[in-house]
Design a protein around this ligand. Sequence first.
Ligand SMILES: O=C(O)CCC(=O)C(=O)O
Length: 411
Amino acid sequence: MDDLRQWPDPVVPVQSLSDGGLTCIPEKYVKPPSDRPSLEANFDPGLTMPVVDLRGIYDGSVDSRAAMVAIWDACKEWGFFQVINHGVRQDLVEEMKGVWREFFRRPSDEKQGYANSPATYEGYGSRVGVEKGAVLDWGDYYFLHLLPRSIESHDRHWPARPSTLRNVTEEYGGEVFKLCGALLRVLSMGLGLDEEYLRRAFGGDGTAACVRVNLYPKCPQPELTLGLSPHSDPGGLTVLLADDHVEGLQVRKDGAWLTVRPVPGAFIVNVGDQIEVICFQSPTTVFACMTYVIIKQESTKTLGTKLEPRPPMLLRFLRNVADTLFAILNVISNGIYKSVDHRVIASSKDERLSIAFFYNPGGDVAIGPARELLTPQLPPLYPCITFNEYRLYVRKRGPSGKSQMKSLKLY
Ligand SMILES: O=C(O)CCC(=O)C(=O)O
């Protein structure tokens, strides 16, 4: 579907369904059995997301090295970590949650005045992706561009009430933006690059930021649906302010979905697709990548001939071996920050609010693997495309996990 002016089906805010006191969710929210969440067995006390104290990073004390190493490890093993002492004032954080809760309590007609379109997503919405007849998620959201100033959402997209919402959101955005700058420096250093590398790659002063405030209303049948389908974040870094009282975020770890327990006062940070693309080919993965590329190329050549539509068994076997090797080495490699699938489960007991801040490359900045991390033997695995092109690609298809990124791979 190429017409991004309007949604393919009428959009009904989930909040209005939930407030209407439904006992069964409408068919279009019911996920196929394989995509439904298991609402138990998702805590593993021995496997908790790393929590990093950033105080040392800011004051340059002896703890800073330990914090940096913890961030690098978390980005490789989890693609996610929580941060405490992150430098964003707690009263501002509380105000941010307060103004947005208040917005979602405004009358339905008022909120509908900000209804969004798939062209830019700015405003009040309830769906992601424009595939007609897609199974929907049990959540509403509000999306705004904050930076650079040249693309900040136009006045008409900003809710007029509560009257402090815009100031609070801009101030909060400015603070979290600084936090992301500090984290990006740490990530650059972990790749052996100069500390401004990733910020420059994102377009320097043209680096972009947007915010998505998610409201997951109470759901009468949370076992049949999801608040937000599995996806990796298309941009650079995400800083999530999760609900203090209601859990819901699940992260895919070693093939299983783990529910995140937010630490009070912490942000949850995750690596987006653009960072994975930039640092994908570190020297430590040369062996895995070369094996993978050569065998994949061979089997693709064979696949392409009319005479032999399927690759011979040996090649298929080798390709499977290469895939497995590649996956194993990815996990243990020193040089990869991963963007990882996550999703949100719905709750029958409580409504949940979360605020995702996205730190992204400038829209027309072309992102591809860092040249510094390539070797002559190693062709890039991802094409170089602008962030706007990538975002459009993702939006047209809707949330579908890491398959978005994998489908772009050159080999
Ligand atoms: O609500 C959450 O916990 C996660 C939100 C999220 O993943 C997103 O907005 O992209």
